[in-house]
Design a binder for this molecule. Structure first.
Ligand SMILES: *[C@@H]1O[C@H](CO)[C@@H](O)[C@H](O)[C@H]1NC(C)=O
Ligand SMILES: *[C@@H]1O[C@H](CO)[C@@H](O)[C@H](O)[C@H]1NC(C)=O
Ligand SMILES: *[C@@H]1O[C@H](CO)[C@@H](O)[C@H](O)[C@H]1NC(C)=O
Ligand SMILES: *[C@@H]1O[C@H](CO)[C@@H](O)[C@H](O)[C@H]1NC(C)=O
Ligand SMILES: *[C@@H]1O[C@H](CO)[C@@H](O)[C@H](O)[C@H]1NC(C)=O
Ligand SMILES: *[C@@H]1O[C@H](CO)[C@@H](O)[C@H](O)[C@H]1NC(C)=O
Ligand SMILES: *[C@@H]1O[C@H](CO)[C@@H](O)[C@H](O)[C@H]1NC(C)=O
Ligand SMILES: *[C@@H]1O[C@H](CO)[C@@H](O)[C@H](O)[C@H]1NC(C)=O
Length: 424
C-alpha cells in the first residue's frame, strides 16, 4: 500500500468506528488505540472487569481514559507489562469496603509479607491525573477495623492502595490519594520514574489512620518525587531495602513521621543498602521528625512485617538541604538503630548496618522538642561522617534548640554531642 492510501485507510477505518479523527494529528497519533472506560455507576457492580479489559485492549502503544466519574473497584487489579501507554485519570477510583474480600485476595507486594489491592507496571507510561484524578481507598473502614486489632500496624492481607511493580521510564503526575487502606504508594523494582504534583490525605474521618505511609520505595532506583503534599499518620516518604538514586524535592509533609530511611535490617543475614538520596526544600509541619533512620536490632525476633532483625548493609551518601520545620514533635534528625516489637532484646544496638556520609545543611523555624538530633547508632558499626550545620530552630518561647544526643557516633561534623546516648 502506498503511504497516501495508508493514510486514507486509517482515516476511513477510524471514521467507520465513530472515532473523532483529527486530520491535524499525525497519523501515528491517530492510530493510537484509545480505550475510554465506561463506569457502571453503582458500587453493586464491580468496575474491575472493564478496567482490566481496557488495559488488555489499549495496553500497548495506546491510551486508557478514566472519565470524570466514580469507578467502583471491588476486585484486585493486576495490570503489568504495559508498554508506551498514556493513562488519563479524570475521575475517582473508589475501593470497596468488603474487608474480608481484600484480606483473602490482596496480592503479594514481594517485601515484608505485604499485600496490595492494585499492581501496575510497565515501561514508558505517562499516568496523568490532571490534578482531579483520585484514588480513594475508603480507608475509614480500614482505620476502624485495624484499631480493633491487637497490633495497630500491619495486618496480614491489609492492602496498599496501588503498588507500582516493575514500572520503568515513566511519569506519574497530578494525582490525589485519599484515605488509603494502608501504605499509599509502594514501588518495587521501579527504575527511572518521576512522580510529580501528588496530593495525599490519609486523615481518618472517625478513627485516626495508622500505617498509612505516603510512598515507599523498595529495590528501586532513579526515582524523583517532586511537589508532594502528604497528610498522614506514618512515614511521609520512606526508602526501604535497596533504594538508590532517589530525590525528594519541593514538598510539604504534615503530621506523619517525616522522611524515613528504613525500616531496614529486618531480614536476618540479608544485605541491603540505601544510597544516594538528595532532599531539598521540604516543609514539615507537626511531624515527628524531618529525617528519621530506623534499623532493626542485631538479633532476629519474629518475622516481617511485625518482627525481624539481624540484617546487614549500609546507608550512605545522602544530602538534605533547605528544610523548614514547624511544631516538630521530636528531634529534627533521628537515627534509631533499635527497632523491635519486643520490649527487651540483648542486641538492641548490635545491628551490623552502617550509616555514613549523611549531610544535613539548613533546618529552620520551630520545634516543640529541644533536640536537634538524637543519634543512636550501632555499637558494632558506629555512624561516621555525619554532618549537621546551619540549624536555626527555636522553641515557641524563642529559645534556640541545641541538644545533640549521640550514641556510637564517630567524628561528628559541624556539631558537638551534648549527651552520650541517643533515644530509641
Ligand atoms: C456501597 O456503598 C454503601 C454506601 O456508601 C456502603 O455502605 C457499602 O459498604 C458499599 N459497598 C461496597 C461493596 O463497597
Ligand atoms: C474469606 O476466607 C474465609 C476463610 O477461608 C471464608 O470463610 C470467607 O467466606 C472468605 N470471604 C470472602 C469475602 O472471600
Ligand atoms: C503542586 O501540586 C499541586 C497538586 O497537588 C498543584 O496544584 C500545584 O500546581 C503544583 N505546583 C507546581 C509548582 O507545579
Ligand atoms: C484531609 O481529610 C480530612 C478528613 O476528611 C479533612 O478534614 C481535611 O480538611 C483534609 N485536608 C485537606 C488539606 O484537604
Ligand atoms: C540488594 O542489593 C545488593 C547489591 O547491592 C544485593 O547483593 C542484595 O541481594 C540485594 N538485596 C535484596 C533483598 O534484594
Ligand atoms: C552530596 O554532596 C556531596 C558534596 O557536595 C556530593 O559529592 C555528593 O555527590 C552529593 N550526593 C547526593 C546524592 O546528592
Ligand atoms: C512471612 O511470615 C511468615 C510467618 O509469619 C514467615 O515464616 C515468613 O518467612 C515470612 N515471609 C517473608 C518473605 O518475610
Ligand atoms: C523556653 O522553654 C524551655 C523549655 O520549656 C526552657 O528550658 C527555657 O528556659 C525557656 N526559655 C525562656 C527564655 O524562657
Amino acid at each position: 500500500m502506498k503511504l497516501a492510501e495508508l493514510f486514507s485507510f486509517v482515516f476511513l477505518s477510524a471514521a467507520a468506528l465513530g472515532a473523532l479523527a483529527d486530520p491535524a494529528v499525525p497519523s501515528v497519533e491517530r492510530q493510537k488505540e484509545t480505550c475510554v472506560i465506561k463506569a457502571s455507576g453503582t458500587n453493586a457492580t464491580d468496575d474491575g472487569p472493564v478496567i482490566r479489559e481496557a488495559f488488555q485492549n489499549c495496553g500497548h502503544h495506546g491510551r486508557v481514559v478514566f472519565e470524570a466519574t466514580t469507578y467502583y473497584v471491588n476486585s484486585v487489579l493486576d495490570i503489568r507489562d504495559l508498554e508506551d501507554v498514556d493513562i488519563d485519570i479524570y475521575g475517582k477510583l473508589l475501593w470497596s469496603t468488603n474487608i474480608q474480600y481484600w484480606l483473602n485476595h490482596s496480592l503479594p507486594v514481594g517485601y515484608q509479607n505485604q499485600s496490595t489491592a492494585f499492581i501496575l507496571g510497565g515501561n514508558n507510561l505517562r499516568i496523568d491525573g490532571h490534578n482531579t484524578g483520585t484514588f480513594d481507598g475508603n480507608g475509614d473502614y480500614w482505620y476502624s477495623f485495624i484499631s480493633e486489632q491487637p497490633v495497630h500496624s500491619d495486618f496480614p492481607g491489609r492492602p496498599h492502595a496501588p503498588t507500582l511493580n516493575g514500572l520503568t521510564n515513566s511519569v506519574v503526575k497530578g494525582l490525589n490519594f485519599l484515605r488509603s487502606q494502608m501504605w499509599t504508594l509502594s514501588m518495587i523494582y521501579c527504575h527511572h520514574v518521576e512522580l510529580n504534583d501528588i496530593f495525599v490525605n490519609n486523615t481518618g474521618n472517625s478513627v485516626q489512620s495508622s500505617n498509612t505511609d505516603g510512598a515507599d520505595t523498595i529495590r528501586s532506583s532513579f526515582i524523583k518525587f517532586d511537589n508532594w503534599t502528604v497528610y498522614n499518620g506514618d512515614d511521609s516518604i520512606s526508602l526501604k531495602g535497596n533504594s538508590t538514586d532517589i530525590s525528594i524535592t519541593n514538598s510539604h509533609f504534615y503530621r506523619g513521621l517525616g522522611i524515613a530511611l528504613g525500616s531496614i535490617g529486618q531480614y536476618k543475614g540479608e544485605f541491603e543498602t540505601l544510597e544516594r538520596l538528595y532532599v531539598d526544600n521540604i516543609y514539615f509541619e507537626n511531624t515527628d521528625h524531618a529525617v528519621y533512620f530506623k534499623t532493626w536490632t542485631g538479633d532476629q525476633n519474629g518475622f516481617p512485617p511485625n518482627g525481624g532483625g539481624g540484617g546487614l548493609g549500609f546507608a550512605a551518601d545522602m544530602n538534605f538541604t533547605n528544610m523548614h520545620v514547624s511544631a516538630l514533635r521530636a528531634s529534627a534528625v533521628a537515627f534509631s538503630q533499635c527497632t523491635t516489637f519486643l520490649r527487651r532484646t540483648r542486641k538492641l544496638h548490635q545491628l551490623a548496618f552502617h550509616i555514613r556520609d549523611i549531610t544535613v545543611t539548613g533546618i529552620q523555624s520551630t520545634s516543640n522538642s529541644p533536640r536537634v538530633a538524637s543519634l543512636q547508632c550501632s555499637a558494632v558499626a558506629p555512624c561516621d561522617n555525619i554532618a549537621l550545620s546551619e540549624i536555626d530552630v527555636t522553641l515557641s518561647n524563642g529559645t534556640q534548640i541545641s541538644q545533640y544526643l549521640c550514641g556510637n557516633v564517630e567524628d561528628p561534623r559541624g556539631f558537638s554531642c551534648t549527651r552520650a546516648a541517643g533515644e530509641c
